[in-house]
Design a protein around this ligand. Structure first.
Ligand SMILES: [Zn+2]
Length: 454
């Protein structure tokens, strides 16, 4: 079988960049494997070591298999899959789909936290985070929640419940995610997400707020020296949340809405009427007007008058249409920094577009039910999905060989299809060879195909 290159420009093997040592697939998988190794095994005497079960689970999401069963069928039927799991993921004994669910269900999702910290450590050591510093050495961290599981039939003790006790009762899981973003960079770098569980409360606001307390505290514990500015939507613009941010030495840019923050907007109006609200605007080379208006040192609301915040309004007039955004921040606002604050606030959407949309629609199947389990399985699978996404994002940012492979495909989904096809059909000695083969678009001359048994 000869696989033809997909782009017109031929690429030679010798022209390809080298694989990075640590910020590459094998380097990152090795870091993750080392962080999985100390996790206590709830089942002693099992023939499949827990670290193999965890790496196999990660492999499912790294290879973007749409179901465990499919992975299992391929594994059972193909010697090549067994060999590739060993050479690429270090899996000595791969579990079948049922074993995988049984082994991972009792694992406390918290035990996966060191794996995320290990990848972030490599990012810092490799100086890959430097491009993400945004304001006075601070990184922007966008935080938001998203649905991960929904069913009207299958539930576990951690499921949140909608319409409890009614005929249309249903069950769901959500994740609260935190990702490092930069307005000028497409790649986002997720931290360990926080599962929103039944214990978090009865309504959406309670759930997200309680999960946010855990997420922020964990973020600070895992990264004690990281200078952070969180960007969040208006749900976060409340006294207790802002006090928590301040206690953790985390700065903020949070959305506010006139309907939810009446007293704040009235105070801005008063300042406007007494000419105490600086503003300026300019028209860019495309004829778009950008305007800014700001007030420092306002009370957040009547419930927390002692909580002082700085208010920024930004408007954009394009083709006669006006759009307005408003935020509060603890950063003192001046004419010199309002544009930077506005860009940071508007970059919050990257958690929707570049993170949740990618995880749900570009091959990661975040909302797919790979198995629900009786304890933590749903959260463990979702956490491994985000971990696989983090590994991909780091490579996309830092590894030029991965970038060369990625460049051959218009969409990520096409790259993952190619990756799975090679994984299933050829013996692959290592990740370097695999990315090289994808980059040059020519497999047969480099790899050994699976034995023809037909
Ligand atoms: Zn559940």
């Amino acid at each position: 079988m000869v696989l033809r290159p997909r782009c017109r420009e031929p690429v030679s093997l010798s022209s390809l960049p080298p694989l990075r040592k640590h910020l590459s697939t094998p380097g990152l998988l090795e870091s993750i494997r080392l962080s999985f190794a100390p996790i206590p095994d709830p089942r002693s005497g099992c023939p499949i070591p827990l670290v193999d079960a965890l790496m196999s689970g990660l492999a499912v999401f790294s290879l973007k298999y749409p179901s465990l069963l499919k992975f299992d069928e391929a594994y059972q039927n193909e010697e090549v899959i067994r060999a590739n799991l060993k050479s690429l993921y270090g899996v000595e004994h791969a579990p079948c789909d049922t074993q995988l669910r049984t082994r991972l269900d009792p694992i406390d999702p918290e035990s996966l936290r060191p794996a995320f910290a290990a990848v972030h450590r490599q990012l810092q050591r490799g100086k890959a985070l430097e491009d993400y510093t945004y304001w006075e050495g601070h990184y922007l961290v966008s935080i938001d929640g998203t649905g991960q599981y929904a069913s009207s039939a299958i539930r576990c003790p951690e499921c949140c419940i909608r319409n409890e006790g009614k005929a249309n009762e249903s069950y769901y899981h959500q994740l609260l995610a935190a990702v490092i973003i930069h307005p000028d960079l497409k790649t986002v770098l997720p931290f360990m997400p926080e599962a929103i569980t039944r214990a978090d409360g009865a309504c959406k606001n309670d759930c997200e707020r309680n999960a946010a307390k855990r997420l922020l505290s964990h973020l600070r514990e895992d990264h004690p020296k990281l200078k952070m500015i969180v960007v969040e939507d208006s749900l976060a613009s409340n006294g207790p949340h802002i006090k928590l941010l301040e206690s953790l030495d985390i700065r903020y840019i949070l959305g506010v809405k006139p309907g939810d923050h009446e007293a704040l907007f009235e105070a801005v109006q008063e300042r406007l009427c007494t000419d105490q609200c600086p503003e300026y605007s300019h028209i860019d080379e495309h004829g778009v007007e950008h305007g800014y208006r700001w007030v420092n040192g306002l009370s957040l609301n009547k419930a927390h008058p002692e909580q002082k915040v700085n208010f920024l309004e930004y408007w954009e007039i394009k083709n006669g249409q006006e759009k307005i955004w408003t935020w509060i921040t603890d950063i003192p606002l001046t004419q010199d920094n309002v544009e930077a604050i506005m860009r940071a606030g508007r970059a919050r959407w990257k958690i929707e577009n570049e993170t949740f949309n990618t995880l749900k629609n570009q091959g990661y199947h975040l909302e797919h039910n790979y198995g629900h389990g009786k304890k933590h399985l749903s959260t463990v699978f979702a956490t491994l999905t985000v971990l696989a996404f983090l590994v991909d994002q780091v490579q996309e940012l830092s590894c030029r060989l991965f970038q060369a492979a990625r460049a051959r495909f218009r969409s990520r989904t096409s790259l993952w299809e190619r990756l799975r096809a090679l994984f299933t059909d050829f013996f692959i000695p290592d990740w370097k060879t695999l990315w090289e083969v994808i980059a040059i678009g020519h497999a047969a001359s480099v790899l050994t195909p699976k034995p023809n048994t037909s």
